[in-house]
Ligand binder design. Structure first.
Ligand SMILES: [Zn+2]
Length: 307
């Protein structure tokens, strides 16, 4: 069996461009400036940049990197593809430090690449969960610490909050970084992401009481009295997902700043939603990740901007 990393697009820059072009432009080159698909020529010649095209509609040059997470990066495309393969394929994530040592890029570059790759992992799927009348589990949890806050006795005000939804029939998860776990933090997300036909599954927490009436059914397990399963009413799937996230965040990333939390959530959601059990292997996962690179530019400035 050949090493997964022996494919030419991981080593050869020409092959890397061809590989990315075939996936970003399945119908042929598209001008990222004007959206044109006609009168586009590939530029040749020794002094020409690799993968350079010219659009004769708007007369502007471009490569496949423009308008993607690869834009304005000096890292060769084949190194990007290695990084994406490693992040998409490692079960619990991969630290910037590890990426820096494996790929031979600086730590700062590795950190920035991994945040851009997390942007590519962010789902654009707006289809509400439970549209088929199936069960949708909802739960919230607390992780890490907010900026400048260490461990404190009692309460959760000093911790970061996460809300997650699991569509039990499709086995997909959507997680959100939330300010707090009040009704006003949770209700808009629940309304926007869950169909009215759905059977909502939560614990007895107060903030689900009223909104539960907006759905076809609201099943509640009473965690306070040790009840975890009542027929098919349970929140074990979403809780299992939280434990994968917490293990990875503690073990690999040693937690993160709140302003980056949504990107780590996107990474873990992506890996969960494209897991082996859904028939997705490592190379499918890397391909799906590549499909997400478009329109996810993240500038150095915005990545470091204060939340
Ligand atoms: Zn154009």
């Amino acid at each position: 069996m050949a090493s997964a990393l022996s494919a030419p697009h991981f080593h050869n820059e020409d092959a890397a461009f061809a590989f990315v072009e075939a996936r970003v432009w399945p119908q042929g080159p598209t001008c990222p400036h004007c959206g044109g698909v006609e009168r586009i020529s590939k530029m040749g010649g020794k002094s020409t940049r690799l993968g350079l095209y010219k659009c004769y509609q708007c007369r502007k040059p471009f490569t496949v990197r423009l308008g993607t997470i690869f834009e304005a990066s000096h890292v060769p495309l084949h190194i990007w593809l290695q990084a994406m393969y490693l992040i998409a394929g490692s079960k619990k994530g991969i630290s910037s430090n590890q990426l820096h040592r494996t790929l031979g890029v600086t730590l700062k570059t590795a950190w920035f690449m991994s945040h851009r790759i997390r942007e590519a992992m962010r789902s654009n799927d707006l289809m509400p969960f439970g549209s088929d009348g199936g069960a949708v589990e909802v739960d919230e949890t607390y992780i890490g610490f907010k900026k400048g806050r260490g461990p404190m006795p009692g309460g959760h005000a000093h911790k970061m909050a996460v809300l997650a939804l699991v569509d039990r029939n499709s086995g997909q998860v959507r997680s959100f970084s939330i300010e707090n776990t009040r009704a006003e933090d949770i209700h808009p997300i629940v309304r926007a992401n869950i169909a009215r036909e759905a059977r909502l599954m939560t614990d007895e927490a107060r903030m689900y009481g009223k909104i539960g009436k907006e759905f076809a059914e609201h099943g509640k397990v009473l965690h306070g009295i040790g009840q975890y399963v009542k027929g098919d009413v349970y929140t074990n799937t979403v809780e299992g997902n939280f434990s994968i996230f917490k293990r990875g965040m503690r073990g690999i990333y040693q937690w993160c700043a709140e302003k980056h939390l949504h990107r780590y959530l996107a990474e873990f959601d992506f890996r969960y939603n494209n897991r082996e059990a859904t028939g997705c292997n490592d190379s499918d996962r890397a391909d799906r990740l590549l499909a997400g690179v478009i329109g996810k530019r993240l500038t150095y400035k915005s990545a470091f901007a204060r939340a």
